[in-house]
Design a protein around this ligand. Structure first.
Ligand code: ASP
Length: 439
């Protein structure tokens, strides 16, 4: 049994947090490959080291003196090093970093130093080997992760190190120039290392005990999700639930490696297990609820629409030509509705309307703004009768007007459109009927 363990910024923000991480790693000999983020916020209002680095680099690019900013970043690491009682000096590293900033090594290089330095500290603290991610994770000329180059190289290197720290968030182009993933990208590194090493589990340690059935800003202390499939996760993350970087799923999923989301501040909590498939029945009919606000519905009506060949295509073409992404498209016999993001639509509203008129000569085009979409997701829905019925009676009891319903053919989710003003109320009603009523 082998595990890759990735720790997020809040798990590594201070010496105190590092000690928790050390105890977690030492408690389980199978935690052999460690992927750290850069130190995050120690308290609300604090600044992440990654953000300090971006800011410092911007000053360097503007030709300003960066001495003080470099010292402030160094102080963050020295506080950790002293707190852990390590005999380690990063002075030389910082001298190199300052020089490279001044000679404009690039903002990706700048940001990556947060993970790089934290990796050095972590390896020293644990007595693990240090592997610079720039030497094992490769990007192609378009800046995309290059699996064909990375996996053979990374697997070979990992095989030589029984226990190692590989910093998250970055790799390099063929020529060695550092390149980062998008923000939160250490999750992706962890997944790539897990796939390359062929481990049994990828543990992703953060500051929450896994996924929650609903947003805690709306539901007071919602219950946690024990097991979720990759597909369910995709539906929920798309609709706004965020714990894990989206791109972190692909590498491990391909290899059938489960991800376990765990809480550094409560390591005894089971957290959430993300798996390809499972026969474990979810505790409740639904696995989770997520949603997004601020959509516009464009309702198009035309008599005999359903017999007009190419009608939908012509309408969709208008949106494509305007570069607007379509979220949902419920339709009736002589009506068709297109849901789009309000922010994307507003600036192009008049040209879209004109385009639709010209393309399909509708009888009526009607717009409704300030709508929300709520996704109720669950693999358990397929085996259960009446899920949709329960949702709608809960919403009716809460006096919420349902604007749209869309059930995917996979029976994995039901999407409901409501007014923005009724969004929180709707989520509460759905949570209550499926979870609260069963507790
Ligand atoms: N430190 C980087 C960020 O703040 C990457 C990460 O934490 O995953 O986005």
């Amino acid at each position: 049994m082998k595990k890759v363990v990735k720790f997020g910024g809040s798990s590594l923000a201070s010496a105190e947090q590092f000690k928790k991480v050390g105890a977690i790693i030492r408690a389980d000999k199978t935690r052999v490959f460690v992927v750290p983020s850069a130190p995050g916020k120690r308290f609300s209002g604090d600044i992440k080291v990654t953000d300090m680095l971006y800011d410092c680099y911007a000053s360097a690019e503007a030709g300003e003196d960066i001495g003080e900013k470099i010292e402030a970043i160094k102080a963050r690491y020295n506080e950790i090093i002293t707190g852990l009682g390590l005999k380690l000096s990063l002075d030389e590293e910082f001298a190199t970093i300052k020089k490279n900033f001044e000679s404009k090594a690039g903002s990706d290089y700048a940001a990556s130093r947060g993970e790089y330095l934290n990796g050095i500290v972590m390896a020293n603290y644990l007595g693990y080997d240090f592997i610079d991610a720039a030497t094992v994770i490769e990007f192609d000329d378009h800046g995309n992760f290059n699996p064909d180059k990375t996996y053979p190289k990374l697997s070979k290197v990992l095989a030589k190190h029984p226990k190692a720290v590989i910093p998250g968030f970055y790799g390099a182009y063929k020529d060695g120039k550092v390149k980062t993933f998008s923000r939160g990208g250490s999750d992706v590194t962890g997944s790539i290392v897990a796939a390359a090493a062929g481990v049994d589990v990828y543990e992703n340690w953060t500051d929450v005990s896994g996924f929650l059935v609903a947003d805690p800003r709306i539901i007071h202390k919602p219950v946690g999700i024990e097991t979720i499939t990759y597909k369910e996760l995709r539906e929920l993350s798309y609709m706004g639930a965020s714990v894990l970087h989206e791109d972190a799923i692909f590498p491990v999923r391909q290899q059938g490696i489960p991800i376990n989301i765990k809480n550094t501040n409560a390591p005894e909590d089971a957290g959430t297990m993300i798996v390809e498939n499972t026969c474990i029945r979810p505790e409740y009919t639904i696995t989770g609820i997520a949603g997004k606000k601020d959509f516009v519905a464009i309702n198009i009506e035309k008599d005999m629409m359903n017999s007009e060949v190419g009608f939908c295509r012509k309408v969709l073409q208008v949106f494509e030509d305007e570069g607007i992404c379509i979220e949902h498209m419920p339709s009736g016999i002589d009506t068709m509705t297109v849901f789009v993001h309000q922010s994307e639509f507003l600036a192009k509203e008049q040209s879209v309307l004109k385009g639709i008129r010209k393309a399909v000569h509708p009888d009526v085009i009607d717009l409704e703004s300030d709508l929300s979409l709520i996704a109720v997701v669950g693999r358990g829905m397929r085996q259960t009768r009446g899920t949709a019925g329960r949702i709608f009676s809960a919403l009716a009891h809460a006096h919420i007007n349902v604007k749209m319903i869309d059930q995917g053919s996979s029976e994995l989710n039901i999407i409901i459109g409501v007014r923005n003003t009724e969004y929180n109320q709707a989520i509460k009603a759905i949570y209550n009927i499926f979870v609260e009523a069963q507790l």
